[in-house]
Design a protein around this ligand. Structure first.
Ligand code: URA
Length: 247
């Protein structure tokens, strides 16, 4: 049974005993009927989290305020199951900004993006072109964030609604960090910022995101599963390096 749960993506124990959700209806009190029937005029206006995110994002003037504002954003349910809010890592002044998908288990525990196995591979990939998240020059440094700042349960793929409601913050994040080049690491940032998926076709093709050059690349987690794809990833890293050198 434990193996089956792990296979389904459950990787941590939350309660000592399981909850029989099918039996809850029988034991929970029924919600009281409303005293009066709401008139159509009185019905509450439905909240559009993406619209609220856009208004909140438009109000922030620097990365510090963006971090605080996102951390307080109440509408994304992923925050309930996450241990930490994961904002960014590296140097905001870097010429290159990497946008990943969402925190995994290690990132959730540490509150920093790309620190698990995929992140360690990413660091080695960057090192191969003489770049690093903690490099002191903007030429060699990178700035790293994700489409979502909270870990989806069991590392499941982010849902379209989650991506849409956090997108205004990501767009503001890119505008405030103001990188010369954006790297879209995997399908999720391509879906969010290009409205397209199919990373094996998109990778290596320079495109544009918010008026700046952008390069989709396969995610390092994919490279861990498919080492043969490292050949194309290497070609993409060289293409990035050439662009930075103005070649
Ligand atoms: N994968 C991502 O896309 N982002 C992380 O931070 C970790 C793994």
């Amino acid at each position: 049974m434990l193996a089956w749960h792990i296979e389904c993506g459950a990787d941590e124990a939350i309660l000592d005993a399981t909850i029989d959700r099918y039996g809850l209806d029988a034991v929970l009190p029924k919600p009281a009927a409303p005293a009066t029937v709401a008139t159509p005029e009185a019905a509450p206006t439905p909240v559009d989290p993406a619209q609220i995110a856009a208004a909140m994002a438009a109000n922030v003037a620097d990365l510090e305020s963006l971090r605080d504002t996102m951390d307080r954003f109440p509408y994304c349910e992923l925050r309930q199951g996450a241990r930490n809010f994961v904002f960014a890592d590296g140097r905001p002044e870097a010429r290159v900004m990497i946008v990943g998908e969402a925190p995994g288990r290690e990132e959730d525990l540490e509150g920093r993006p790309f620190v698990g196995r995929a992140g360690q591979l990413l660091d080695r990939m960057l090192g191969a072109i003489d770049m690093a998240r903690d490099a002191t020059t903007p030429e060699q440094a990178v700035y790293i964030t994700n489409v979502l700042p909270w870990r989806p349960p069991g590392n499941r793929t982010p849902e379209a609604g989650e991506i849409a409601m956090m997108l205004p913050f990501l767009e503001r994040h890119i505008a405030l960090a103001d990188p010369e080049i954006v790297i879209l690491m995997g399908n999720v940032p391509c879906q969010a910022l290009l409205g397209r998926v199919g990373i094996t076709r998109l990778r290596g093709q320079w495109t544009e995101v918010l008026g700046r050059p952008a390069l989709p690349m396969v995610h390092p987690a994919y490279l861990l599963r498919q080492p043969a794809a490292k050949r194309e990833a290497w070609a993409d890293l060289l293409s990035l390096k050439a662009r930075l050198l103005g070649q």
